[in-house]
Design a binder for this molecule. Sequence first.
Ligand code: 8X3
Length: 248
Amino acid sequence: MLAFITGASSGIGEAIARKFVEQNHQVILLARRKEKLLTLQKELGKQCLAILPCDINNTKEISAMLKVHGKDIDILINNAGLALGISNAQESSLKDWETMIETNILGLVKLTHLILPFMIEKNLGHIINIGSIAGTYPYPGSNIYGATKAFVKQFSLNLRADLIGKNIRVSNIEPGLTGGSEFSLVRFYGDKERAENLYKNSQPLMAQDIAESVYWCASLPKHININRIEIMPTTQAPAGLKVYENNN
Ligand code: 8X3
């Protein structure tokens, strides 16, 4: 199998790349940080067919790569995404909201639209989106981040609805609290202490756990489509509704 993985220079994306290579498959990796990608490519060896050091919205670079490899891509793993800030909506920055929408929604949508025709042509493929539990469960400060992941979930289900009868699978993997990635560091604008504190007294999921789920979905017989997988560590739960007692 050849998997095209976005957000591949660290965290979940990197873990997915390692898992596919370890299982003797090939990968193409996209991420903005060229140095990190180069190091990973070197480590992965020949099974890493190409790297794309660019933004997920760089349609020009992606189209050029697709001219060469598009028809050989079996799996698109839409992993690139981010959360910025954890403030209430009324205190959030509009710029942060736009950045999340541009990456988590627009980037994912554009890439899917570019790659889908190649899969249709051979009537074979698998699109695996990395969603989040935040796309289902609201929590304070999740506002736009959660909303983008709700989009990803519904987009995944709607894609599969359009692809009914075709051998093109669509899965949405929805992790909860996940360590071993830069997710929280980015969310807290580089505040290392705050990011580390989040995982201090808990055992979160790790990037490798998510990579296992992704690989499991991809390696099932072709007639089986996993629509969604919602995963939480035992340290996290959908803990019910909260009533704020002093609303005067
Ligand atoms: C990230 C998971 O629990 O921080 O997608 O919202 S959580």
